[in-house]
Design a protein around this ligand. Structure first.
Ligand SMILES: Cc1cc2nc3c(=O)[nH]c(=O)nc-3n(C[C@H](O)[C@H](O)[C@H](O)COP(=O)(O)O)c2cc1C
Length: 300
């Protein structure tokens, strides 16, 4: 492993190592307004949601590493304590990139990026019409993390109202992750688009205690076939399969019967063959069957 100790590497390198590893990051497309009522928009990926009750979003406006200057968004957020956070989907990612350019303070980035300002209900800054979700916020606190280039200012935003484009809400009254089509920021100029196969479900009940890796036998844990993700699905079950289910597989499943016939005693080849069958059961979404198959080895 590469060892990186802050203070022993240049800030610009540390910055990029952090950005590369803490990724993908959601992007707050932050709208503010200055003392002359000139709107300002800029993207901030040091951003997340931290509380739902009260609803709180936080983003960080950093001192520029190159010249230690601060940004217009920070100035405006301090000035009138109001921001609108708009999410960034794929269809506006390049317009967002345009808005990230360091224009002078009096320049309206709505005009530069071709995005459309629409009024908010409760705060002065505009919402971005093309973004599929907007949060009207009151800034409750700004926490300064340092005074040198790269230092963040955490801008803590209390959500007063959220707006969601109806077209991205599904029949269960939830945002459909495919329809919202969000992008995230990786290191350097890399982005990720949340769509297609990159969206997948990992269901794990958090209420009921599962078996866990420490309860599983070595012949499963030391598998050459089953990966950590495979074994984690088995470890996520609540109980061991019963003997009757294991015995039934041994006498009724043709593929298992073939594997058992291949050798007179349980050996490494047999264990691998059983684990391949278990893996294919996992691929078909049948975790219980995968566990039963894997436990056959122990029953021999
Ligand atoms: C996708 C993206 C994410 C960014 N995230 C941050 C961030 O979290 N913090 C920050 O200080 N600058 C960030 N930047 C850079 C600012 O957007 C940039 O400095 C911008 O000019 C600031 O505008 P402002 O002076 O109008 O606030 C990001 C840029 C991009 C393109």
């Amino acid at each position: 492993m590469r060892v990186i100790t802050p203070g022993e590497v240049e800030t610009k390198d540390l910055h990029q190592f952090i950005l590369g590893a803490v990724a993908p990051r959601p992007i707050a497309f932050v709208s503010t307004i200055d003392e002359n009522n000139i709107p300002n928009i800029a993207p901030y990926s040091f951003f997340n949601a931290f509380s739902s009750n009260p609803p709180v979003l936080v983003f960080s406006s950093n001192r520029r590493v190159a010249d230690n200057t601060t940004k217009d968004t920070l100035h405006n957020a301090k000035l009138n304590q109001e921001v609108v956070i708009n999410v960034v989907n794929f269809s506006i990612v390049r317009q967002m990139a345009l808005a990230s350019i360091s224009y002078p303070a009096h320049i309206n980035e709505f005009s530069k990026s071709g995005l459309t300002p629409i009024p908010s209900d409760l705060v002065k800054p505009f919402r971005i019409k093309e973004s599929p979700a907007h949060f009207e916020c009151k800034v409750s606190e700004i926490i300064t993390l340092g005074k040198h280039g790269g230092a963040g200012h955490l801008i803590v935003c209390n959500v007063l109202r959220m707006h969601i484009n109806e077209t991205i809400i599904d029949e269960n009254n939830r945002i459909n992750p495919h329809k919202i089509d969000l992008v995230g920021r990786m290191g350097r100029s890399h982005y990720v688009r949340a769509q297609g196969n990159s969206i997948f479900d990992v269901y794990q009940s958090v209420m009921k205690p599962a078996l866990g890796f420490d309860q599983l036998p070595e012949h499963i844990l030391k598998s050459n076939i089953l990966t950590g993700n495979d074994i984690a699905q088995i470890a996520g079950l609540y109980e061991f399969p019963n003997n009757a289910a294991i015995e039934k597989l041994k006498t009724s499943d043709a593929r298992i019967m073939n594997i058992l016939k291949s050798s007179s005693h349980p050996d490494e080849n047999m264990r691998s063959a059983l684990h391949k069958e278990a893996k294919s059961a996992l691929d078909n979404g049948n975790v219980t069957k995968a566990f039963e198959i894997a436990m056959i080895y122990q029953s021999l």
